[in-house]
Ligand binder design. Structure first.
Ligand code: GLO
Ligand code: MG
Length: 343
């Protein structure tokens, strides 16, 4: 049975177009409208930072009601929350990478805020916590002890796993940006950490295509490796034009073959059969007018589906024969012809 894919994105993917060199160029969309767009474009899940749901400083006594209101907006539209990611990179206390900060009070802030994110997750109906360790690294290597930092990161993961025995932690690894160099820069690094946590069965990864490219790695191989560990619990599909700033381009718009390989790996593994989402972490170009600044999501989803069609058309027998004959040039042409719609 072919997998029925479910798609998700986060409210930050419908954004105002600010970049490091210029302000916003589009008005802010109401949260309700973002949810309506998700439904209209055929998405089933919404990904959240903790403060996408409720303000980070909302008093504890008001949390349940406020989260409940967001959950109702999801329920009314038949949407579900896929995960909560504690946003540990905007508050002044996170400047030096809160989990690996040299300051104990900042490390405590990271943990308090993340435990609160777990509470939000449980209230909104998900057990998945995504950890993108945005500032867990350095601008200069001499300012932190790397080995000490790895221990802090392990302690942090353990503290969350122990705080709630049902949640899962999904590391979303990235080699750079905002930091010069991040600790545990790739999926493989985080997978090694997973096995040292108090509960490896609840420790896994979310893989973003662009983050792999920035690390000089092939996203499909990264995904295959996490699948081999049974630890690929979500993806952030997008595209990236070389080793530049993190671009979050629509999936498949730079390197169609690379996108195909990701789809091929996911399709062959039956990814999604257990309910895992195909997340799209894509941004609209800054030039895009407000009225149509959702096409990057629609297009990414469409390109994914078209590539699923291509993957299902590739004849395994033909691939096997060419592989057996070691005629990899012919195999290459076969795949490229599929991508050109000539097969
Ligand atoms: C940035 C990351 C970021 C995360 C999001 C959820 O490069 O991709 O967008 O995916 O904060 O963790
Ligand atoms: Mg991402």
């Amino acid at each position: 049975m072919a997998t029925q894919y479910r798609f998700s994105f986060g409210p930050w993917n419908l954004h105002e177009g600010a970049d490091p060199f210029g302000p916003t160029v589009r008005p802010t969309r109401e949260f309700a409208e973002k949810l309506d767009i998700a439904v209209r474009l055929g998405f089933q899940g919404i990904q959240f930072h903790d403060d996408d749901v409720i303000p980070a400083d909302l008093p504890a006594a008001q949390m349940e009601k406020a989260v409940g209101e967001v959950k109702r907006m999801l329920d009314d539209r038949g949407l579900v929350a896929e995960f909560i990611a504690p946003r540990l990179w905007e508050d002044p206390r996170t400047v030096d990478g809160p989990v690996t900060s040299n300051c104990a009070a900042e490390r405590r802030y990271a943990l308090d805020r993340s435990r609160r994110a777990v509470d939000i997750a449980r209230m909104i109906g998900t057990r998945d916590i995504v950890w993108w360790p945005a500032r867990e690294g350095t601008y200069i290597r001499e300012c932190k002890s790397a080995q000490q930092s790895f221990s802090y990161m392990l302690d942090y993961a353990n503290a969350l796993l122990e705080y709630d025995r049902d949640i899962r932690i999904l590391g979303e690894m990235k080699p750079n940006e905002p930091m010069d160099l991040m600790y545990l820069p790739t999926t493989g690094h985080f997978l090694a950490l997973c096995y040292r946590t108090v509960d490896p069965a609840r420790s896994g990864v979310l893989i973003e295509s662009a983050h792999c490219v920035l690390a000089g790695l092939d996203p499909s191989d990264e995904m295959a490796y996490a699948l081999w560990h049974n630890k690929l619990w979500s993806v952030h599909l997008n595209d990236q034009n070389g080793l530049k700033y993190d671009q979050d381009k629509a999936f498949g718009t730079v390197d169609l073959r690379r996108a195909f390989n990701q789809v091929y790996v996911l399709e062959q593994a039956g990814y999604g059969a257990d309910g895992a989402f195909v997340g799209l972490d894509v941004k609209a170009m800054r030039t895009q007018p407000f009225e149509v600044a959702w096409r990057h999501l629609e297009n990414s989803r469409e390109i994914f589906f078209q590539l699923v069609e291509v993957a299902r058309k590739v004849d395994p027998q033909e691939v096997r024969e060419l592989t057996d004959a070691r005629d990899y040039e012919a195999l290459e042409l076969l795949i490229v012809k599929h991508l050109m719609g000539l097969r």
